[in-house]
Design a protein around this ligand. Structure first.
Ligand SMILES: *[C@@H]1O[C@H](CO)[C@@H](O)[C@H](O)[C@H]1NC(C)=O
Ligand SMILES: *[C@@H]1O[C@H](CO)[C@@H](O)[C@H](O)[C@H]1NC(C)=O
Length: 397
């Protein structure tokens, strides 16, 4: 990825870097010392972290890695393919999904989630409380009720505010008594208020009543708790947010289906009908560049294990960013998808009308987003989408 960034930034005549991040380990010509190369490497990794929107790599997860929530794994597999490339850019409303486990681990149906890892700039689009309803105990099944009313309340601080209200109703629903599985309650407003004032986060309280409104036996209606039940059934808060990073600007970059037909550019025909003069200058240009192949898309695998990030990244293990390489000499075929500017530049270069005008550059002309599923500093699992990470096709520009 970093190689890709550098490749794009360099003039195309200088594109000689090897298509692997291995080259990070090699010292630059100007810094031949071991110390210099270490510095370059750590600087490069830091820059790469910045691309992924982080200042430092998340800590304290490598040694006791937990199993990510199944919900997050399923979400990731819905949004991304095996390489992490976004399948459908319109599936997620924002670009970040965060999951939190309950910190209270209470015997009561009470929960609290620590949202300290949510950035202040992050816009909360939706917040959901996910509770796993357990099957009623067999001895208690003979009950005349078929439904119960489950209500989620936000606990309020009575000492601070003027009102005497202890709790505020956030969400309420009828649930079949005999059901089991995940129940989801939307509690967006409460979570928004917690991110504004962290101190107001006193937690959530769940109340189960009969249809008549009287309290229900909590032995009959049970939700899994973080304390007594398997990790896969733990109460969870899921936030869908947008961290404000820009959305992709090119509409085509949101269409992976088009990648296939333009991915590998066919060999373009040699200009044999050209005048001897321009044919000669063409040959010279090719020799000067040392490139004999036309502009095309080639693999560039970014291996997270190689970079040392496999401890906190759940998926993918790496991804193919691809890179663009090759020459863009006159005449530029339509398969090179040249801009008018590139066409004129290649003509000026071929005619040698003006000295020191290079041929156009072989660069990505379509970019796709990738998704990362990772553990954050607080061991919460996060899904994030990053734009413009994979070269979908290459062209002469
Ligand atoms: C939330 O987590 C952060 C970081 O782990 C910690 O510093 C903070 O004290 C926690 N807040 C509460 C209310 O537990
Ligand atoms: C508190 O309540 C009193 C009387 O109900 C009211 O006059 C006052 O404006 C309230 N203060 C705030 C901060 O809401």
């Amino acid at each position: 990825m970093l190689a890709l960034v550098l490749l794009v930034a360099l003039p195309c005549t200088m594109v000689r870097a090897r298509p692997s991040l291995n080259y990070l380990e090699e010292p630059y010509a100007t810094e031949p010392t071991q110390a210099g190369s270490e510095e370059v490497r750590s600087d490069a990794i830091k820059r790469l972290l910045e691309v992924f929107g982080m200042d430092d790599p998340p800590v304290a997860v490598t040694h006791r890695r937990k199993q990510p929530p199944q919900y997050m794994l399923d979400l990731y597999n819905t949004v991304a393919d095996v390489d992490g490339v976004t399948k459908d850019p319109y599936l997620l409303e924002g670009n970040t999904v965060r999951s939190f486990f309950d910190k209270l681990r209470s015997e009561q149906v009470e929960f609290r989630f620590n949202l300290s890892t949510v950035a202040r700039t992050e816009k909360i689009l939706t917040a959901e409380l996910h509770l796993f309803k357990l099957r009623p105990q067999a001895t208690l099944v003979l009950n005349r009720h078929h439904f119960c009313q489950v209500s989620v309340y936000q606990l309020l601080d009575t000492s601070k505010s003027n009102n005497t209200q202890e709790r505020k109703l956030l969400s309420s629903r009828l649930i079949p008594i005999h059901s089991n599985g995940w129940e989801v309650f939307t509690i967006t407003q409460a979570v928004r208020s917690w991110t504004v004032d962290e101190g107001s986060n006193l937690g959530l309280h769940v109340v189960v009543r009969t249809l008549g409104g009287s309290p229900m036996d909590l032995k009959l209606i049970r939700f899994a708790s973080g304390r007594n039940h398997h990790q896969s059934k733990q109460p969870m808060l899921v936030l869908f947010t947008d961290d404000g990073r820009r959305r992709s600007t090119t509409p085509e970059s949101a269409d992976p289906d088009n990648a296939q037909d333009t991915a590998i550019l066919p060999q373009f025909p040699m200009a044999s009908h050209e005048s001897p003069r321009s044919a000669r200058s063409l040959d010279q240009a090719w020799e000067e560049e040392g490139a004999s192949m036309p502009c095309q898309r080639l693999p560039l695998y970014v291996d997270f294990e190689e970079i040392g990030w496999s401890g906190w990244i759940v998926s993918p293990r790496g991804y193919n960013a691809y890179h663009c390489k090759g020459s863009c000499p006159f005449p530029l075929g339509q398969n090179m998808k040249p801009t008018n500017h590139a066409t004129v530049q290649s003509i000026i270069n071929a005619l040698k009308l003006i000295k020191s005008i290079e041929t156009p550059c072989c660069v990505p002309d379509k970019l796709y987003s990738i998704n990362l599923l990772y553990f954050d500093d607080d061991e919460n699992v996060v899904l994030k989408q990053y734009n413009d990470m994979v070269a979908g096709s290459c062209g002469c520009h």
